[in-house]
Design a protein. Sequence first.
Length: 539
Amino acid sequence: MNAKTLKITFAAVAALAAVGGGAWWLGMSQGMAMMAAPEAVAAATADPSQWTIPQGEEATRRHIRDGLKAGDVDPATGLRIQNYHDPMVPGKNFDAPAKSPFMDMMLVPRYAGGGQGAADEGTVSVSPRVQQNLGLRTAEVVAGSLAMEVVAVGNVAWNERLQEVVAARAMGFVEKLHVRATFDRVAAGAPLLDLYVPDWVAAQEDYLAAARMAGPGTDALRDAARARMRQVGMDEALIAQVVQQQRVQGRVTLTAPVGGVVTELMAREGATVMPGMPLLRLQGTATVWAEGQVPESQAAQLKPGAAVVATSPAAPGQRFTGRVQALLPEVDAATRTLKARLELANPSARLVPGMFVQLRFAEPTRAKSLLVPMDAVIHTGRRSVVMLAEPEGRFRPVEVKTGLEAQGQTEILAGLEPGQRVVLAGQFLIDSEATLRGVEARLNRAPGAAEAAPLAPEATVHRTPARIEAIEGDTVTLDHPPIPSLKWPQMVMDFRLPPAERRPRDLAPGEQVEIEFRMQDGDVPQITSVQRVAPGAGK
């Protein structure tokens, strides 16, 4: 290859490199432009004065460039810079803009809304325009009584307190049955069966013989004979009949003590009965029981004696009134309902066992309390919070104690006052903003009150095996399995190492270790003890 050919080759290579480099630079420039386009659009359209915490890292870079720090006024927003923070570690604040020591990102400035020190008041400030864009709606805290309507369903059962058992009082024979089958209806005092009792006949004859005797001492004989009739089981009505008519009552007719139905018939004509033997069972029908299934969340509203109205598809258009007789101490584990026993009036005996009834209980009288819409309350599991709307577009989280919930209203037992306004829609966005600002750490602190001392780090010690991924200074990156005590999944994260004298020497990436650590407020977890683990140990 001669010199001329070599020059042409080098020129071609240089041209290709220039073309390739230009194409690469053009592609990278377009890619960078495409990647930065959304952020540029957001920066061009966002109004930093609308929120007390403008988002993004451009503001922090601009503050570094302009030499701004906490306490200065940002000329771009006209707001005073309060401090800088990492949104992922909101408990740590910094006085100057810089890169976050916790994450691979810039610190974010926090502004005092409108120069009034909103953060010091434990509030979040939102401009009217952003409120409109977010669709924020508020409602007034009002005083009232929460109407609790308890409804339930149930089945009809016999009132066992109206049950009567007719039994034999002496040995005898059934001569005649006036009721022939179960569920025959009888009226009170109606004849049920005729009995012949030989012992009663003998006692009556002794009395009549003594009654016909005359002379001294006959009165004592009559009294003794009368006492004998009581001893063999005769009731006073039958004894009075023998004394009045002066003749033997050979057959005794047993009558119904109550009106109702015969639910059990044990006697038959010609059968011999013994003393105490049940002959039949009568069930009164003036009232019936209804066993209602009441949700356990509403059972506390019911008390024995509370009025109830029942309706049944079997008696359309008819209402049956009654009272709560008792709340039975048994909860159905499948339906989470409590059984309530109700006593219902049963005119014309329309209600019979097994019928389905719908029950509506009288609304108990409740004292007046504060009410807010149910949508206004944020339930976190540990507590309940509402976002309180204050003048000049400020919002403050307030912890409340809630009571009953019904008809779209929640009863507030503590935390609010009448006339205040709470947020209905958009409160979750404001709550998230308050969490980033650490406002929830000052829940319910009155404006101007002294800042509470920071909480001490959590003392609970957690243990886990882990593998070292990287070590940088006093920070170690570990890959650990799930930690049940913290409900953490498997992940790779940073931990703070203990002092050098309290840890093994020459720890290196790839080693297996066993650590004990505790959580720190606003910082990475602090390792309190670390030990090497031999490869394969614990398997």
